[in-house]
Design a protein around this ligand. Structure first.
Ligand SMILES: *[C@@H]1O[C@H](CO)[C@@H](O)[C@H](O)[C@H]1NC(C)=O
Ligand SMILES: *[C@@H]1O[C@H](CO)[C@@H](O)[C@H](O)[C@H]1NC(C)=O
Ligand SMILES: *[C@@H]1O[C@H](CO)[C@@H](O)[C@H](O)[C@H]1NC(C)=O
Ligand SMILES: *[C@@H]1O[C@H](CO)[C@@H](O)[C@H](O)[C@H]1NC(C)=O
Ligand SMILES: *[C@@H]1O[C@H](CO)[C@@H](O)[C@H](O)[C@H]1NC(C)=O
Ligand SMILES: *[C@@H]1O[C@H](CO)[C@@H](O)[C@H](O)[C@H]1NC(C)=O
Ligand SMILES: *[C@@H]1O[C@H](CO)[C@@H](O)[C@H](O)[C@H]1NC(C)=O
Ligand SMILES: *[C@@H]1O[C@H](CO)[C@@H](O)[C@H](O)[C@H]1NC(C)=O
Ligand SMILES: *[C@@H]1O[C@H](CO)[C@@H](O)[C@H](O)[C@H]1NC(C)=O
Ligand SMILES: *[C@@H]1O[C@H](CO)[C@@H](O)[C@H](O)[C@H]1NC(C)=O
Ligand SMILES: *[C@@H]1O[C@H](CO)[C@@H](O)[C@H](O)[C@H]1NC(C)=O
Ligand SMILES: CC(=O)N[C@H]1CO[C@H](CO)[C@@H](O)[C@@H]1O
Length: 551
């Protein structure tokens, strides 16, 4: 581990001096211009498919080749779908025949390795205990992607168990997938837990990826991988056959390079599902899902009231790096200049919440029962594991699970707590969460100030909305400058901050307000285009043109 760190630090100087990479221009063959896969957006891919410039099979070949180019360095993908090319050819034939299932028809998407598919791919949460397990059918997320015509290209690495195992581990590490690294600095912490989804989407290994979030697991990897991430309202997207932490906080959402691409993916996966009761609270049940793509509105700030959680910034000022704070204040000014009225929208119980631990009680209580429910759904369960206690035994006994170097302190705590979400003690803990996230947090701030969204730097944004299941959208806002000194993560094996590491701006809104948040995020993105400020240090070379040219 130490020698690895030394290599990273030595490598830093050359990366810093070579930071600026000119914009990718794509490739031209016989006068035809092919888009570059790190920059391409969905609408350009659809143009290329419709005009016959390339096929979905070409796209699968190009993305798979790109994954192979970087997987041994970044470990961002755990499995490829062996059927992807066959599926692509079928979708190509349908398109040739005039049948197009929707904008995602024939478009490769990667999904986090906790979202199950009823095919040859494993669904593991990064644990060897679930390799070879089978589910009775696709998760609703996978089924919806397929119905929309998307090609599920593979599964992405993650912080094992969505970061609900160890108190002392590293983001993006799983026993099954190894250590994921991000691409903006050698050895960069990819954040988590949707680590591989963040890295893959950012460097163009698929159009976009799905992640899942309990508290920060879409927003944080989107933050440090220069992406747009949508953390939907809990219940907008189904969790059926997604390996859980908490029914009260888990949600699945897109991680993409642009707001509009994220909106296209959200459109395909949103909506009620009889297999997940929380989706039945969706107001769209009695109507239709909002048009998230049409919500992308350059003028969204005109006449809008937007809040800033000033007291959160003040409490965290000493832990937040100056480049992040400076970029945030600039963003607030730009949003005001775009027509918004900016007001303070403080989270009144935020300071008190700093010493509250009810969230742990709720997550433990949910995990004990939700995990057992997931195990009970399996049609093949290779080790017959039925509950958390048995999973812990497996983990302690299997050398591949790296225990005790990676501990199981979170599980130890849940098992010691003992009671699950059917226990009367659950409700007191959950009510405390609803207060800190609600009246004392984001929902109270929004209603008291009559604002449509509240802003924070993304690194400060996930915790409070997580408590009440309200939505957040993050957009690139800036990056750490070249003179930033390199700091390591707590485990000591990753670069936490350093030159060229990106960060984002979060828009937090009321439940079911995704369309409004997408509008604001788009209006900010189109005015600033911060994603283009930096380039990754490592990008695959293979482009669509290469696979088209080689037949
Ligand atoms: C990962 O990369 C290595 C080295 O490039 C390659 O040999 C291997 O096949 C890749 N693994 C998968 C499953 O894609
Ligand atoms: C193409 O269309 C024809 C006529 O509608 C149909 O018989 C055939 O099955 C279609 N092929 C595919 C691949 O969809
Ligand atoms: C799933 O796991 C099995 C057992 O290790 C392995 O043989 C198979 O290749 C895996 N599937 C994929 C798509 O990697
Ligand atoms: C939904 O809730 C009802 C009532 O609590 C319960 O009977 C049912 O099993 C739940 N369904 C699912 C899929 O969780
Ligand atoms: C949908 O409509 C029914 C009947 O009018 C109503 O009882 C229910 O509350 C509505 N659901 C939502 C989520 O608005
Ligand atoms: C709340 O703000 C909206 C504009 O966003 C305005 O139309 C409305 O009148 C305001 N309501 C109150 C009660 O201030
Ligand atoms: C919000 O909090 C900040 C920092 O604590 C404080 O200065 C400001 O007065 C508060 N705003 C309102 C409207 O309460
Ligand atoms: C949970 O919230 C209640 C009510 O605010 C409080 O009394 C209790 O100390 C909290 N428990 C923990 C573990 O933080
Ligand atoms: C949840 O708690 C109840 C009541 O203590 C218990 O009967 C049940 O077995 C628990 N469920 C799980 C999965 O631990
Ligand atoms: C793990 O080891 C413990 C203690 O040696 C044993 O009781 C248990 O049965 C083992 N579990 C598995 C899954 O091998
Ligand atoms: C975390 O784990 C590492 C590697 O096993 C170990 O060196 C370190 O002491 C641990 N830190 C804590 C606080 O337990
Ligand atoms: C697809 C891929 O890159 N799989 C790798 C995941 O990580 C493990 C452990 O590092 C490798 O053995 C796999 O090849």
């Amino acid at each position: 581990m130490r020698s690895f760190i030394a290599a990273v630090l030595l490598g830093a100087a050359s990366v810093v001096s070579g930071l600026y990479v000119p914009p990718y221009t794509g490739t031209t063959i016989k006068g035809k211009q092919f888009p570059s896969l790190i920059e391409v957006d969905l609408e350009e891919l659809v143009d290329g498919l419709e005009s016959g410039l390339f096929t979905s099979a070409d796209l699968v070949r190009a993305y798979e080749a790109r994954i192979m180019e970087v997987n041994s360095t970044l470990h961002m993908v755990t499995e490829l779908n062996p059927d992807a090319l066959t599926i692509a050819s079928q979708l190509d034939a349908m398109r040739a025949n005039g049948t197009v299932l929707g904008p995602l028809h024939g478009i490769p998407i990667l999904i986090k390795n906790n979202i199950a598919t009823d095919d040859k791919m494993n669904n593991t949460a990064g644990s060897w205990s679930l390799v070879g397990s089978k589910v009775p059918r696709d998760s609703t997320m996978a089924a919806k992607l397929r119905k929309a015509g998307a090609i599920i290209l593979g599964k992405t690495n993650l912080s094992q168990w969505a970061n609900y195992r160890s108190d002392n581990t590293s983001n993006g590490w799983s026993a099954y997938g190894g250590q994921t690294y991000a691409a903006y600095f050698p050895g960069q912490d990819p954040s988590g837990s949707s680590s591989g989804s963040g890295v893959s989407s950012s460097i163009g290994l698929a159009l976009a990826a799905l992640g899942s979030e309990t508290s920060g697991s879409i927003l944080s990897p989107s933050d440090v991988n220069n992406l747009v991430g949508i953390k939907p309202t809990v219940g907008l997207t189904s969790r059926y056959l997604v390996i859980p932490i908490s029914e009260h906080q888990d949600t699945v959402g897109p991680m993409a390079r642009s707001v509009k691409d994220a909106a296209y993916v959200l459109q395909a996966i949103a909506g009620p599902d009889p297999n997940d009761n929380y989706t039945l609270a969706n107001p769209a049940i009695n109507g239709t899902t909002p048009d998230y793509v049409a919500a992308c509105d350059y003028s969204a700030f005109a006449g809008a009231r937007i809040g800033v959680a000033r007291n959160v910034l003040e409490i965290y000022a000493k832990y937040t790096d100056p480049p992040v704070l400076a970029a945030f204040e600039l963003a607030v000014k730009q949003i005001e200049a775009a027509g918004a009225t900016i007001v303070d929208a403080n989270f009144t119980a935020f300071e008190q919440w700093q010493s509250d631990n009810n969230e742990t009680l709720v997550l433990n209580a949910d995990f004990l029962i939700n995990l057992a429910t997931y195990f009970s759904e399996l049609t093949v369960n290779p080790y017959g594991i039925e509950n958390l206690a048995e999973e812990r035994d497996f983990t302690h006994n299997s050398t591949a699970e790296m225990w005790p170097a990676r501990d199981t302190l979170i599980w130890d705590g849940a098992l010691k707590q003992g009671w699950n979400n059917t226990d009367p003690k659950f409700w007191a803990a959950y009510q405390a969460n609803l207060f800190y996230g609600g009246e004392g947090g984001i929902l109270g701030a929004l209603s008291r100030t009559n604002t449509s969204a509240v802003l924070l730097p993304t690194q400060l944004s996930p915790g409070i909305p997580a408590l009440v299941g309200s939505p957040v959208v993050t957009v690139p806002m800036g990056f750490y400058p070249v003179n930033t000194s390199v700091t390591l993560n707590g485990y000591g094996n990753l670069v936490a901050t350093g030159p060229n590491v990106p960060f984002g701006l979060s828009f937090m809104g009321p439940k079911w307000s995704e369309a409004d948040l997408i509008g604001f995020a788009y209006a900010y993105e189109q005015r600033t285009m911060h994603r283009n400020d930096i380039q990754p240090y490592l990008v695959p070379n293979i482009e669509i043109a290469d696979v088209v040219a080689s037949g």
